[in-house]
Design a binder for this molecule. Structure first.
Ligand code: PLP
Length: 394
C-alpha cells in the first residue's frame, strides 16, 4: 500500500482540511458497531424502487444506451421534469435552457452553490438544517449564517429574516430554504412562502429552494417559493426520496436561464453528465410514475403517527412534522440538554440509534432526530426500548 510521501503532508486543500468530517456519518458508524442495535438514523427510504422504473433502467442498458448523454440531461427527461414542475407547482421552466439533470440533489446543491457564491458572501440558512449545507457553503469561501428557528416551530418567519438581514448587513446573497425539512419535517405553507418571497425580493437576494421531499407530505399541500419569485429562485429536487431511488443518484436544478448557464458549466466540470440508465429510469418515474409516491406517503404517514404517539406518551415534545420522514423531538426535561450524551446512552443502553440534534446546527441542541423510514416492527420495538430506557432513568 502506498504511504504518502512525507514532503506532501499537509498540502491538501486548506479549505477542505479545515472542515470537520460529517458528524452524522461518524455517529452512525460508531453506533452501527453495537450488537443488536436498531437504527433510526438514516435518511433513506426503506422501500424499493417501483418495478416499472427498474425495468426502464434495465431496458436502457439492454438497448446499449451507453454513450455520453447531453450535458444538461436527455431531452425527454428535461421535458418530463419541466412538465412535472408545471403540474405540481404551476411553475414554467424551459427544458432547453432552464433545467439541468444532476447526480442527486447533492450535486445540484454543489453546482448551485459553487456557481452562485464568491468568497465573503453570506448565505442565510434556517436551522436545524441538512448538515451538508454547511461544508458546501464553506468550501465556496462563503459563510453560512445560521438562523435558529426553534422558537418558531422550526420555520423561518419574515420578521426573523428581516432581523437577520439587518444584523448581517452587506454581503448577504442568498437564503437557503428546505421544505419539507430534513431534520424537522416542517413544511412551509403558501402564505409564509409568499411573505418570505417579498422580503427576499426587497433585499435583492437569491433563494435556493431544496424541495427534495416535496412528494412526501401528510395532510398539507406543497407549494414552491418559485411560484412567487421565479426570477430569483433556484429550485432543487430529485427522485431519491419520492421514488426510493437514492442509489440511482438523480437530481435536478431549475432556474432562470442566465444562472442556469453557470450551473451547467459547473455541472460539466464536476461530472460531465448523468448515467444514461439512471436518466431513463427517471424519465419513466416522472412520466408514468407520478402516483408512485402516494403509496409510500400512506405508509410513511402511518409510521409518523405511530412515532409521534409513542414519543409523546413518553414525554418527548415535537412540532408536528408535515413531510419527509423525520421526527425532531425534544428530549424530556429530566435528561437535560446534552443530545449527544442522550443519543449515545440510548444507543449503548437501549440499543436504539438516533441522531443528536446538534448535528443539524443552531437550535438542534436538546433534540434528537429519528427517521421513520424503517419497518413498523422496528419502529414499535424501538419505541418499546426507548420507553424502558426513559422510565428506567427517570
Ligand atoms: C434536505 C436534503 N437535500 C438533499 C439531499 C440529497 O439527496 P440526493 O440523494 O438526491 O443527493 C438530502 C438527502 O438526504 C436531503 O435530506
Amino acid at each position: 500500500m502506498p504511504e504518502l510521501s512525507s514532503d506532501l503532508y499537509g498540502t491538501v486543500s486548506h479549505k477542505l482540511a479545515a472542515l470537520k468530517p460529517s458528524g452524522i456519518r461518524a455517529f452512525d458508524k460508531e453506533v452501527s458497531k453495537i450488537p443488536g442495535i436498531i437504527k433510526l438514523t438514516v435518511g433513506e427510504p426503506d422501500m424499493n424502487t417501483p418495478e416499472h422504473v427498474k425495468q426502464a433502467a434495465i431496458k436502457s442498458i439492454q438497448d446499449d444506451d451507453s454513450h455520453y448523454a447531453p450535458q444538461a440531461g436527455k431531452p425527454e427527461l428535461l421535458q418530463a421534469i419541466s412538465a412535472y414542475l408545471k403540474k405540481t407547482r404551476d411553475v414554467d421552466y424551459d427544458p432547453d435552457s432552464e433545467v439541468v439533470v444532476t447526480v442527486g440533489a447533492t450535486e445540484a446543491l454543489d453546482a448551485t452553490l459553487f456557481s452562485l457564491l464568491n468568497t465573503g458572501d453570506k448565505v442565510i440558512v434556517p436551522t436545524p438544517a441538512f448538515a451538508l449545507y454547511f461544508p458546501l457553503i464553506a468550501m465556496t469561501g462563503a459563510t453560512a449564517v445560521q438562523v435558529d428557528t426553534s422558537a418558531d416551530n422550526f420555520v423561518l418567519t419574515p420578521q426573523h429574516l428581516e432581523e437577520v438581514i439587518a444584523k448581517e448587513g452587506a454581503g448577504v446573497k442568498a437564503v437557503l430554504l428546505n421544505y419539507p425539512s430534513n431534520p424537522t419535517g416542517r413544511e412551509y405553507p403558501k402564505e409564509l412562502l409568499e411573505s418570505l418571497a417579498k422580503v427576499i425580493e426587497k433585499h435583492h437576494l437569491f433563494v435556493i429552494a431544496d424541495e427534495i421531499y416535496s412528494d412526501l407530505v401528510y395532510g398539507v399541500d406543497h407549494y414552491s417559493i418559485a411560484s412567487f419569485i421565479p426570477e430569483r429562485t433556484i429550485l432543487i429536487s430529485g427522485l431519491s426520496k419520492s421514488h426510493a431511488m437514492t442509489g440511482y443518484r438523480l437530481g435536478y436544478v431549475a432556474g432562470p436561464a442566465q444562472i442556469m448557464k453557470s450551473i451547467l458549466k459547473m455541472h460539466c466540470y464536476l461530472v460531465t453528465t448523468v448515467t444514461d440508465s439512471t436518466q431513463a429510469a427517471a424519465t419513466e418515474a416522472l412520466t408514468n410514475g407520478l402516483d408512485d409516491p402516494l403509496t409510500f406517503r400512506k405508509s410513511y404517514r402511518k409510521r409518523r403517527d405511530m412515532v409521534i404517539d409513542g414519543l409523546t406518551k413518553l414525554g418527548f415534545d415535537m412540532a408536528t412534522p408535515q413531510g419527509a420522514f423525520y421526527i425532531f423531538a425534544k428530549i424530556p426535561q429530566f435528561f437535560g440538554n446534552d443530545d449527544e450524551k442522550f443519543a449515545r446512552d440510548l444507543a449503548t443502553k437501549a440499543k436504539v440509534g438516533v441522531t443528536p440534534g446538534s448535528a443539524f446546527g443552531a437550535g438542534g441542541e436538546g433534540y434528537i432526530r429519528l427517521s421513520y423510514a424503517s419497518s413498523e416492527e422496528d419502529i414499535q420495538e424501538c419505541l418499546k426500548r426507548i420507553g424502558a430506557f426513559v422510565k428506567g432513568l427517570e
